[in-house]
Design a protein around this ligand. Structure first.
Ligand code: ZN
Length: 428
């Protein structure tokens, strides 16, 4: 099996308070074989001189929509799946360029995209997918117009809406969850409150009955899966986590008591602040309605306060972005926004080890340790001192390694004789 050695690095391992240095990392196949304090012995390997730069575990974004090629959700429904997929490919690749070696898709992507990424047919991060988000009639992801009076249309089966499936009632929920898990979902997304982009509901609404939420959580638990819920306000968040939801997304409007309830239920808040800031900046020119813009301002203003509330309560926070369509370029600006409240190392933990725990992949993803999957990013500089090094489109990331393969490498590299670089390079 091919060996790769990264030499002379500083390391953030996903957890520790301090950077380790100098270290060498030995990679065998797609796993990390060894993290060596000091120097690894000479090896028949591809040798990369990291030159004292910082190595991070590959970054994880726990809230993306790979297939949301248009900012306005309803506009995505104008595309056939073929065209939507073609339009999605460059944005999926761009996420890997920014150092995200793993993403969790929370409405839109299915097992087909996951498998195409696994097989290397398309270039991008590893993907954990949930299929369509489940929404109640009139809920956040019920994309029908008010003039559409048709009932009971299975929009997903008809290929009408890849982002949402309308579900009403506990028994219908049981069937929908079982069906999406059958179709390869890693997790199930519930729309448990009103949202910004939905023209017919209010942010403060809470959605789905408690019986429906509990049914989804129970069915997921039976399969080792879990529920992700879209939620903004305290009532929606509390109803979600008290009924078994594992991650509550956005959460901009929660109060102190609710942050404590999330903490006490071993659940996670996944903030997605960059989407509000970026979309508010560009929404008018992209034709968002005044009502949607007013909702945006409402949640954007509350976002930073939510970070402070969660920090004070000791609520665990993952890392997400939720950028749709044209806004996706801003993905890594989430690091900068989070660092307005949190220590850079805590933001990095969110995007590595905490997100890995959310994915139930602790030890495999989000860390640099023997046995972990070899997903690594080299940063030119110290992101603990300046987290904005991660912002942008990967300009400060000279090396990105995914699944043991050098996706990008601008560093001095030597190749021992007999080691085939071709089999080891994913970009070629
Ligand atoms: Zn979302």
């Amino acid at each position: 099996m091919t060996l790769t050695v990264l030499r002379n690095a500083r390391l953030f391992d996903g957890f520790a308070e301090e950077l380790h240095e100098p270290i060498d990392i030995v990679i065998e196949g797609n796993r990390i074989r060894e993290v060596v304090d000091g120097q690894a012995p000479p090896l028949e390997a591809i040798e990369v001189d990291v030159g004292g730069r910082t190595i991070l575990p590959g970054l994880i974004d726990a809230h993306v929509h790979l297939m949301a090629v248009h900012l306005r959700a309803a506009n995505n429904l104008d595309y056939p799946l073929t065209l939507m997929t073609a339009k999605a490919l460059p944005r999926i690749k761009a996420m890997l360029d920014r150092g995200f070696t793993t993403v969790r898709d929370v409405a839109g992507a299915d097992f087909g995209i996951r498998q195409a990424l696994e097989e290397g047919l398309i270039i991008g991060p590893r993907a954990f997918v949930g299929g369509p988000g489940l929404t109640q009639t009139g809920g956040h992801a019920d994309h029908r117009r008010r003039t559409d009076s048709r009932l009971d249309i299975d929009r997903n089966a008809n290929g009408v809406d890849w982002f949402a499936r309308i579900v009403d009632g506990p028994e219908a929920m049981r069937q929908a969850v079982r069906d999406e898990l059958r179709k390869g979902a890693d997790h199930i997304k519930l729309m448990a409150s009103g949202g910004v982009g939905s023209p017919n509901d209010s942010i403060d609404d809470y959605q789905f009955s408690e019986e429906e939420i509990r049914m989804a959580a129970d069915e997921c638990a039976m399969r080792g899966s879990y529920v992700v819920a879209h939620t903004y306000g305290s009532t929606a968040v509390q109803r979600a986590v008290k009924n078994g939801v594992r991650t509550v997304e956005h959460c901009n409007l929660i109060d102190e008591e609710t942050a404590a309830v999330v903490r006490d239920h071993d659940a996670f808040v996944v903030p997605t602040l960059v989407c509000y800031e970026t979309t508010e900046k560009h929404g008018d020119e992209l034709g968002l309605s005044p009502y949607v813009m007013s909702k945006l301002r409402y949640v954007n203003d509350a976002g930073i306060k939510m970070l402070e509330i969660c920090e004070r309560a000791g609520t665990r926070m993952g890392f997400g972005t939720d950028l749709m369509g044209e806004m996706e370029f801003a993905q890594s600006h989430e690091f900068v926004i989070r660092a307005r409240v949190q220590k850079p190392i805590d933001v990095l933990r969110s995007a590595t080890s905490v997100n890995a725990e959310i994915l139930k992949k602790s030890g495999e993803l989000g860390t640099v340790a023997p046995g972990a999957l070899a997903d690594l990013v080299v940063v030119d500089g110290n992101p603990l001192a300046d987290i904005s090094l991660l912002d942008g489109q990967g300009e400060n990331l000279p090396l990105i390694l995914k699944d043991g393969r050098l996706y990008k490498n601008d560093l001095p590299t030597r190749q021992a004789e007999g080691v085939s670089r071709a089999v080891h390079s994913m970009a070629s």
